[in-house]
Design a protein around this ligand. Structure first.
Ligand SMILES: Nc1ncnc2c1ncn2[C@@H]1O[C@H](COP(=O)(O)OP(=O)(O)OP(=O)(O)O)[C@@H](O)[C@H]1O
Length: 260
């Protein structure tokens, strides 16, 4: 049975099934380092050889089931495959092997999610809402609450300024606020919460709780143990592309912190 497949009482139907997923990146034209002192003629001959394709096996046979109402933290050291796994769940990277089944369309909210730097915060809210499928009337109703939730106008009229003038924390808060204005079947959040201040983190935690209660599933990648502990009841620990542990956050997180 896949981890998570047993139903806890307060959880709903499966929203994401990840079944033995492998993700392999292919990197063109990267040669292994040549030993020092290679003769010049040899170097010239090697340059004419066929381009080298190297493979990075980033996710190695990951399996689990996520259910409605779950918030799942993904932890692991740098390069352990967390972002790659989120992108595979979002359908942005095809698995090399295995399958991802999702209920509804997962939405990936990353630190680098595409907002337009030369446009104002206000324009980005409008475009973001319309891109998420809101009608113009829904966007008008959602607009001011989004700006208020992001808290970007607390000191000045920042929403009227281009986003390139925002701090990274302000931009991350606005991205989260836009994405969280809609209900999601599956919301994938990559490090976006860690950049906000304490007050914003509390607001976003509450909003994630509401999204879960609306029968959504939330995945959260973070290097902040407190963010994971406060937001997620279940945690998956990835280690070199494999699941090292999957279970209640209060068991997995201390284990990860002791070993990472
Ligand atoms: N576009 C890419 N092309 C080639 N290799 C990649 C690419 N993106 C990631 N990788 C490699 O895949 C592996 C997993 O990377 P990934 O970004 O998923 O890890 P992560 O756990 O999210 O790391 P971090 O905590 O640093 O964000 C790493 O070895 C990384 O170098």
């Amino acid at each position: 049975m896949l981890p998570g497949a047993a139903r806890a009482d307060h959880l709903g139907d499966p929203t994401v099934i990840v079944d033995d997923v492998h993700v392999v990146y292919r990197v063109n034209g990267v040669r292994p380092p040549r030993p020092a002192g290679t003769p010049r003629l040899g170097r010239l001959a090697a340059r004419r050889a066929a381009p080298v394709v190297r493979e990075v096996h980033a996710v190695k046979g990951v399996s689990f089931v996520a259910r409605q109402g779950e918030a799942i933290g993904l932890v692991g050291t740098n390069g352990s495959g967390k972002s790659t796994l989120l992108r595979a769940i979002a359908g942005l990277l095809p698995p090399h092997r295995g399958r991802v089944y999702t209920e509804g369309q997962p939405s990936l909210l990353g630190v680098n999610a595409a907002l337009m730097n030369d446009l104002t915060g206000d324009r980005n809210v409008t475009l973001g809402c319309l891109a998420m499928g809101m009608t113009p009337a829904e966007e008008r109703a959602a607009h001011d609450p989004i700006i208020e939730f992001a808290g970007i106008n607390e000191r000045d009229d920042a929403a009227a300024r281009p986003m390139r003038t925002y701090s990274s924390g302000m931009a991350a808060r606005l991205r989260f606020s836009i994405a969280a204005a809609r209900t999601h079947d599956v919301l994938l959040i990559d490090e976006a919460l860690s950049t906000g201040d304490r007050r914003f983190q509390r607001r976003s935690r509450d909003r994630i709780q509401e999204l879960r209660e609306g029968a959504g599933t939330v995945f959260l990648v973070s290097h902040s143990a407190s963010t994971i502990a406060e937001t997620c009841e279940r945690t998956i620990w990835l280690d070199a592309g494999r699941v090292r542990a999957d279970g209640p956050t209060e068991e997995v997180l201390p284990e990860y912190e002791r070993n990472a």
